[in-house]
Design a protein around this ligand. Structure first.
Ligand code: GLU
Length: 350
């Protein structure tokens, strides 16, 4: 990841977002800086994604107080793709609990591409974490429901509650991905052979493909993120979707695994949990403050939107969101409490 953050002053996290007008101003500045970046390529792994307008660009920030700031193509619909993994994981954590999901799905980065079969083999069939396809397929298989149709209904309703409106499948993307998702079906079969998926692996892959095809907007993603930032209450509808502990677990997993093989670099530059999707969206969560979403279809070599990374890096710095940025609590003018001996004095003591 090559995110140029030069010249963007780092504002220390204060526990609060700046005033709404300052947030609007920061979004405009961040978008203006990211806009000229036309490098990268639109995803071609699913035929409908390859037809996306490469120039589209939307940004949205939803505050935990319910105010939503939007810029550009924030109401344009696209398929949610991998960003869905975060919310299905939250749903399953809510239903099964912290320990059971940890044991079944794991939390460690695989260091390999999101759709790797080799990662599974190297881990003795363990999926690794819920943000790669193997882990996401296991997560989806754990959604409560007597039949795949009931599980699917549960997923759709839960993700709808996270964003505060009923979500529909982008049928063209669902059909296109169903024709081309042999690799995901293979991962599901392999997981089943290791005993990590119960039931029909092909049906699990189908529910997973549907969840990835849900049509959302950048605004929707920001509200979904704000729900995770707000301890599980959707700040726009006021509905409790999941418990605070589930949000905490989900964000911890996103911090280490949300940006494909560049998750470490993302945490280093942005200092926030995030999740990337191959349509070109990145959702970032600032706990206790806001959900931030950006969408622009041109991707870098590992599948992260070029402009979305840049706009988020800018906002993390200018709005004081980076959880690792701190200032000393002591007044900087105070003299040190104990003077360190000079080299000579320290030498004399020996
Ligand atoms: N539906 C895509 C897949 O499973 C999602 C890829 C992504 O967004 O990372 O391959």
């Amino acid at each position: 990841m090559d995110i140029d953050v030069s010249g963007i002053p780092v504002t220390v996290s204060t526990g609060r977002l700046p005033a709404p007008a300052d947030v609007d101003e920061a979004i405009v500045a961040a978008a203006a800086r990211a806009l000229p970046h036309t490098e990268g390529a639109v995803a071609d792994c699913i035929p409908t994604l390859a037809r996306a307008d490469p120039g589209s660009f939307g940004v949205a920030l939803a505050e935990v107080g319910g105010e939503v700031h939007e810029w550009g193509d924030s109401r344009l619909e696209f398929s949610i793709q991998s960003v869905s993994k975060a919310f299905v994981y939250a749903l399953v954590c809510q239903e099964l609990g912290h320990r059971a999901v940890h044991d079944r799905v794991g939390v460690n980065n695989t260091g390999l591409p999101f759709n790797s079969l080799m990662a599974l083999e190297l881990n003795g069939g363990h999926p690794g974490n819920p943000m790669v396809n193997a882990g996401a397929l296991v997560t989806t298989s754990l959604v409560p429901g007597a039949t795949p149709a009931r599980q699917w209904d549960r997923v759709r309703r839960c993700l709808g509650a996270f964003c505060g409106r009923e979500l529909d499948v982008d049928e063209a993307t669902y059909r296109a991905e169903s024709r081309t998702n042999g690799r995901n079906r293979a991962i599901a079969e392999l997981l089943a052979s290791y005993g990590h998926i119960e039931g029909d692996p092909v049906a699990v892959a189908d529910v997973y493909t549907r969840q990835c095809s849900l049509a959302v907007t950048t605004r929707d993603l920001a509200v979904m993120g704000a729900t995770l930032a707000d301890g599980g209450i959707n700040p726009v509808t006021g509905e409790r979707v999941v418990d605070p502990g589930v949000c905490r677990d989900t964000l911890a997993v996103l911090a280490s695994t949300g940006l494909y093989e560049r998750s470490g670099e993302w945490l280093f530059e942005i200092g926030l949990p995030g999740k990337s999707g191959v349509s070109g969206s990145i959702l970032t969560v600032s706990p206790g403050k806001a959900g931030i979403a950006a969408f622009s279809p041109r991707l870098d070599a590992v599948g992260n939107s070029v402009r979305a990374q840049r706009v988020t890096a800018h906002l993390s710095r200018s709005l004081g969101l980076d959880v690792f940025a701190s200032a000393t609590a002591r007044p900087t003018t105070a003299p040190p409490t104990t003077a360190r001996p000079t080299d000579e004095e320290s030498h004399d003591q020996h």
